[in-house]
Write a new protein. Structure first.
Length: 179
C-alpha cells in the first residue's frame, strides 16, 4: 500500500542551492518563456545558469527547462514552442536535433512498487539528427539514436535505435537521411 507521507527527496541532488533555484524560476517564468524574449537571449540565459549550449541553437518561447545546469545541447538544434525539458537528471541533446512544439523530455519518475513512492530518475540522451515531433514524450533513461524520430504524440519508454521511427502505432526502420 502506498503511503505518500513517507516520500522524501533522499538521494536526489538538484545541483544548485535554493537561492539559484529560486532565481532561475523567477527568470524562467518572467523573461525566458516570454514571447518577446529573443531566442539569442534565451540561449544566453541558459548559459548564464550553467547549461552547455552549442552554436546556432534556436529556443522558442514558452519552453520550460527545470534545471539549466543539467542541460547540454549541441550545435544548430531547435527547441520548439512550449517544449518541456523536465530534467531532474541530465538531458543531453545532440546537434541538428529538432524537439518540436509541446514535446516533453521527462527524466523523473517514481518507483510504483515502493510504499514511499521514491524517485526513479534517469538521464535522457537525444543523439545527433534526431527529431522529437510535436507533443511526443521521451521518458527517463531513454536514448534516442542518431536520425531517429519519435512521432507526434508518441510515448517512448525504451531506447530507440539509429534511423528508427517510433509512433503510437509501432516502430519501424527509416531510410538514410538525404543530404
Amino acid at each position: 500500500m502506498r503511503d505518500l507521507r513517507t516520500f522524501t527527496l533522499s538521494g536526489y541532488d538538484k545541483g544548485r542551492g535554493i537561492a539559484v533555484q529560486a532565481l532561475w524560476f523567477c527568470v524562467m517564468n518572467t523573461l525566458f518563456m516570454a514571447w518577446f524574449c529573443p531566442a539569442r537571449v534565451r540561449v544566453a540565459l541558459l548559459r548564464a545558469f550553467g547549461a552547455q549550449i552549442g552554436e546556432g541553437v534556436l529556443i522558442r518561447h514558452r519552453v520550460r527547462v527545470l534545471w539549466p545546469w543539467k542541460l547540454s545541447i549541441g550545435d544548430h538544434t531547435w527547441i520548439g514552442e512550449g517544449a518541456w525539458l523536465l530534467n531532474l537528471e541530465p538531458v543531453t541533446i545532440g546537434s541538428h536535433v529538432c524537439v518540436s512544439q509541446e514535446a516533453l523530455l521527462c527524466t523523473g519518475s517514481h518507483d510504483h512498487r515502493s510504499t514511499d513512492f521514491r524517485y526513479r530518475n534517469a538521464p535522457i540522451r537525444v543523439e545527433d539528427g534526431a527529431w522529437i515531433a510535436a507533443r511526443a514524450t521521451v521518458l527517463a533513461g531513454v536514448t534516442v539514436g542518431p536520425h531517429a524520430v519519435v512521432g507526434a504524440g508518441a510515448v517512448l519508454g525504451r531506447d530507440l535505435p539509429e534511423l528508427t521511427l517510433h509512433t503510437a502505432d509501432g516502430t519501424r526502420a527509416l531510410k538514410e537521411p538525404t543530404p
